[in-house]
Design a protein around this ligand. Structure first.
Ligand SMILES: [Zn+2]
Length: 114
């Protein structure tokens, strides 16, 4: 997968994550993502639906996920993500409420301010 790195200026702007992650992230603009989703993170790749790539708050949020992927690894990240989502659904939350209740999402919102 190809993608562009953040400029040096942009990397400085995203001081809420480890500098390693601001340096290693790659932004990949894609024409389509699941409805309601403007971006998603896979490892160090942030897939952004075209037209959203300049949204600083969105990139800031996804950068927290880049850091989480690096620290947890793919298996722990995905297990925690799915476990939290299913926990929310079993508790009676609808899809979006369960999504928002995922601990990794809550951390990303808190740290990115978005
Ligand atoms: Zn998120």
């Amino acid at each position: 997968m190809v993608g562009r790195a953040l400029t040096a200026d942009a990397q400085v702007r995203y001081a809420h994550v480890d500098a390693i992650d601001a340096a290693r992230v790659r932004i990949v603009v894609v024409p389509w993502l699941q409805p309601g989703i403007a971006a998603m993170t896979l490892g160090r790749f942030v897939l952004v639906r075209g037209g959203n790539e300049q949204r600083v708050g969105l990139i800031a949020h996804e950068l927290v996920h880049v850091e989480q992927w690096r620290e947890l690894g793919i298996v722990k990240f995905l297990m925690r993500y799915v476990r939290d989502y299913l926990h929310g659904r079993r508790a009676g939350l609808d899809h979006w409420a369960a999504y928002r209740a995922i601990s990794l999402e809550a951390e990303a919102r808190l740290r990115s301010g978005s």
